[in-house]
Design a protein around this ligand. Structure first.
Ligand SMILES: Cc1cc2nc3c(=O)[nH]c(=O)nc-3n(C[C@H](O)[C@H](O)[C@H](O)COP(=O)(O)OP(=O)(O)OC[C@H]3O[C@@H](n4cnc5c(N)ncnc54)[C@H](O)[C@@H]3O)c2cc1C
Length: 808
């Protein structure tokens, strides 16, 4: 064993071996994988070996497609077969709602370049004759599905990596990790200590324990999972003989079941409702190549549905039930990337579908380590998408919820209840008493809308029970004044003698003068977006940044990685140490004027001004800006004063009929201003010109801000895409995001978000199209729930075109 290497990968499951292979392929050959036992000694060896490309997150789906394509490459390099069976598979819908889900998935697949097809139950039965097609209303066929040999595949990755120069050390547990002052690591193993510049946690079932070695509690939990294997079945052999083909894979939403041919019989696995965490607190280090005790009672309800839907299987004898543990994060997607607060400590864990995702995870992580950027949009699996709120118990509740509804539909207006409420603000009870319907954002309860007594969300792909009430909230803002809670923003305080110079380098904007704010993109070295913020210069010594709440850790990781080493700049993520309220609408200034002694006239406190002032008795920081696009103010207040500020504002607003509005109304309001947001329109795959944020980039400023050269090049070359707002001829449903945009009979773009703009009475979609067609006003169609709806570009905002309301 070497004593020093560039990188150590801990764990020899399919994910560790893939990371090792990709690092070696990217040119880092001075690398070592350390495995506690033999390769595949975690969950990898007893996997069912199924793979597919579909994923709720389109970017994760792309990486899954890459994984499947990769198997030929590693077979060739390693000389080891993965026993690939590319059979294709179907997803079976048993209700019209599930069929709508498949229509949306099929449409999404179009712009991802996937070759899916909507088919009838009888067509599905022709490929899997063991089903009773009368149980279903339709299906979706995906040719890129199949199964493989899990151990063979893991070995193939490892052999390919070794051929490229990587070292693999077996039967050697990593027992501790200690960081050196220079940011490198001492990796303490049973066979001695190895020094490494980088460490990658691919510990699978033990990833949480490896996290604890460096003081991090990763939100990952292992769950027991069962699948059964039948005795050989004459029907299967007969089908193979008569068609010359293997039976396909089938996914049945109703039973949370997957099934496929395995040798001459059938494999059937379940994601049962009464699911069971394995090792909820500590994973035993002596767990090896053993299986867990099957518990047929637990999966009986799923099997009952399975045998009804697939009567051909019921008749077969069960040869074996496999019960093994594997890991999940809260939302079922992996945890990948550098861990915030640590140097050179990387994660590739919670990969619940290692044979669909392992290749893509390895590629993204190796890009990130070698080139400083994952090279794709990996937000859907970024370890930074969960904060400290995702602790052990919360993770347990959420993973169980996710597991038990693995194949369930989640409607766009559906909020999942497990582990809630966790984080709340001081006005939570007050807003709840007013009918607030809650969603959750980065662990925090946020009001979505306000329901009258007895009304609640009916989950649907279409406009639902909230529609008219959200319309009323919008009207309150546009016609008078509305109040909303905005504590879910991320808030950062920047101080120190070097603060201004540092911000000038980090952010693409021109720095605002004292008492002023500006909107600003933040760019990566390649000139693409890594953030969009409001920056406020409070008094030249203290700066305040507000940004996307879900990206707090993501952005802190970036900020910290770029802080000067001399302590001349301090940045703090304020989290819920600072809460927020906003008022907006033509009467907003009058309300504010009633509760503060400060002069808030347009002359004294114009658009984009910022100042500290009392609201009632509560000391606040107030910025004149509003995401509603109306006259409005964002009010930042310490939590102990939030209720006082709230009561002062609502009392002052009573004479103007102040109404509460939630995030759904805010969405309706911002759509008619063509405003985008982080995570939807603004993501790290778009340049500022493409995203329409170039007007906030100070291309000519003196400071050499990060990404400047690339941004200038984008401006010169024009980029590839343009963000556009569309008016859609929608009927009873509005886009939610990820719908394809058609032009000239082909899919040319995709929707990033949208909804109904109640004030303008228009269904709006925002999305990207190639720049060549971005100035065509007509001829677009947006595919929604199986229909192609006419859409036209709406270049000017629908509301307040001349900014008279916002700036007046
Ligand atoms: C019953 C069952 C069916 C499944 N079916 C499928 C399927 O059909 N398709 C699919 O894609 N996935 C399936 N999976 C999931 C799949 O097995 C996992 O996604 C995959 O195994 C994850 O691989 P990994 O490398 O992250 O973790 P693991 O396989 O758990 O590997 C982690 C490795 O790290 C080693 N390690 C841990 N700590 C240390 C340490 N301190 N020092 C040294 N070594 C250490 C362990 O010994 C282990 O070998 C299934 C899982 C189960 C249990």
């Amino acid at each position: 064993m070497k004593s020093h290497v560039k990188a150590i990968v801990i764990g020899g499951g399919v994910v560790g071996c893939s990371v090792l292979y990709h690092l070696a392929r990217a040119g880092w050959t001075d690398i070592m994988l350390i495995e506690r036992s033999e390769l595949t000694s975690g969950s990898s060896w007893h996997a069912a070996g199924g793979f597919h490309t579909l994923n709720g997150d389109p970017n994760v789906a792309k990486l899954q497609a890459y994984t499947v394509q990769l198997y030929k490459e590693i077979e060739e390099i390693s000389g080891q077969s993965c026993s690939l069976h590319l059979t294709g598979g179907v997803m079976m819908a048993d209700t019209p709602e599930r069929m709508d889900f498949l229509r949306l998935a099929h449409a999404k697949g179009r712009y991802l370049g996937m070759d899916t097809e909507l088919i009838t139950p009888s067509e599905a039965k022709a490929m899997f004759p063991l089903m009773d097609e009368k149980n279903f209303v339709g299906a979706m066929w995906d040719p890129v599905e199949g199964h493989l040999d899990p151990s063979g595949t893991t070995i193939a990755y490892s052999k390919a990596a070794k051929k490229l120069g990587a070292e693999i050390v077996l039967r050697n547990r990593v027992v501790d990790l200690t960081q050196q002052p220079d940011g490198t690591w001492n990796v303490v193993t049973e066979q001695g200590t190895v020094h490494a510049e980088h460490v990658v946690n691919c510990g699978g079932l033990w990833a949480r324990e490896i996290g604890r070695m460096v003081g991090v509690e990763l939100p990952v939990l292992a769950m027991e999972h069962m699948y059964l294997l039948t005795e050989p079945m004459p029907e299967v052999e007969e089908f193979n003989k008569s068609t010359g083909r293997e039976m396909i894979g089938v996914l049945d939403f109703k039973g949370e079941i997957y099934t496929r041919q395995e040798r001459n019989g059938i494999l059937l696995g379940t994601y049962e409702k009464a699911c069971k965490p394995w090792s909820p607190v500590n994973t035993p280090w002596d767990f090896g190549h053993e299986l867990l005790q099957p518990d047929i009672d637990r999966i009986a309800p799923s099997l009952e549905i399975g045998f009804k839907h697939f009567p051909g299987i019921e008749k077969a004898g069960i040869k074996q039930i496999i019960n093994g543990p594997f890991t999940f994060a809260l939302d079922g997607n992996p945890l990948v990337g550098p861990v915030q607060g640590l140097t050179n400590f990387w994660c590739a864990c919670a990969v619940m579908a290692g044979f669909s995702q392992g290749g893509g995870v390895g590629l993204a992580l190796s890009n990130w380590m070698v080139h400083g950027d994952p090279g794709f949009d990996v937000w859907g699996m970024d370890v930074a998408r969960f904060g400290e709120w995702a602790g052990l118990r919360y993770t347990n509740a959420k993973v169980r919820e996710n597991y038990s509804r693995r194949f369930s539909i989640r409607f766009p207006n559906e909020e999942l209840p497990a582990g809630r409420p966790l984080k709340t603000t001081p006005v939570y009870d007050t807003l709840a008493a007013k009918g607030a319907q809650w969603g959750v954002s980065y662990g925090l309860e946020v009001p979505l809308w306000y329901a009258p007594e007895g009304v609640k969300d009916e989950f649907s792909w279409r406009r639902s029970t909230d529609f008219e009430h959200v319309g009323k909230e919008v009207a309150a803002v546009r016609n008078g004044v509305g109040l909303s809670e905005i504590s879910n923003f991320a808030k950062y305080k920047v101080t120190g003698e070097g603060a201004a110079a540092w911000l000038d380098r980090m952010l693409a904007c021109r720095l605002p003068k004292r008492g002023r704010m500006t909107l600003t993109p933040m760019l990566k070295d390649d000139g693409r977006l890594i953030g969009d913020f409001t920056l406020a210069n409070i008094d030249d010594a203290e700066w305040f940044i507000a940004g996307s709440g879900i990206a707090e850790q993501y952005h802190m990781r970036w900020f910290e990685a770029h802080l000067p080493k001399d302590d001349s700049v301090q940045i703090e993520a304020l989290g819920q140490k600072l809460t927020g309220l906003a008022i907006a609408g033509p009467k907003a200034r009058e309300v504010l004027a009633k509760v503060t002694r400060a002069d808030v006239s347009n002359a004294a406190f114009p658009f984009m001004a910022v100042a500290r002032m009392d609201i009632g008795m509560a000391p606040c920081l107030v910025g004149r800006v509003s995401y509603t696009g109306d006259l409005g103010y964002e009010i930042w207040v310490a939590p102990e004063y939030q209720r006082a500020a709230y009561h002062a504002l609502t009392a002052a607003g009573a004479e103007f009929g102040i109404g509460l509005f939630g995030s759904r109304a805010l969405n309706a309001l911002r759509l008619e201003k063509n405003y985008g947001s982080w995570g939807r329109e603004y993501r790290p795959i778009y340049g500022p010109l493409e995203a329409g944020l170039d007007r906030f980039v100070a291309y000519g400023k003196e400071a050499d801000f990060i990404g400047k050269a690339a941004a200038l090049a984008e401006r010169k070359q024009g980029g590839k895409l343009r963000l556009r707002a569309f008016i859609v001829d929608a009927d009873d449903a509005d886009v939610i995001g990820d719908e394809p945009i058609w032009f000239g009979g082909a899919v040319r773009g995709w929707v990033t978000s949208g909804g109904y703009a109640h004030h303008s009475k228009k269904s709006v979609a925002i999305g990207y199209v190639p720049k060549e067609i971005a100035d065509e006003s007509d001829g677009f169609e947006i595919e929604l729930l199986g229909k192609r709806l006419a859409a036209r570009i709406q270049a000017a905002p629908l509301f307040d075109v001349n900014f008279e309301r916002m700036r007046g």
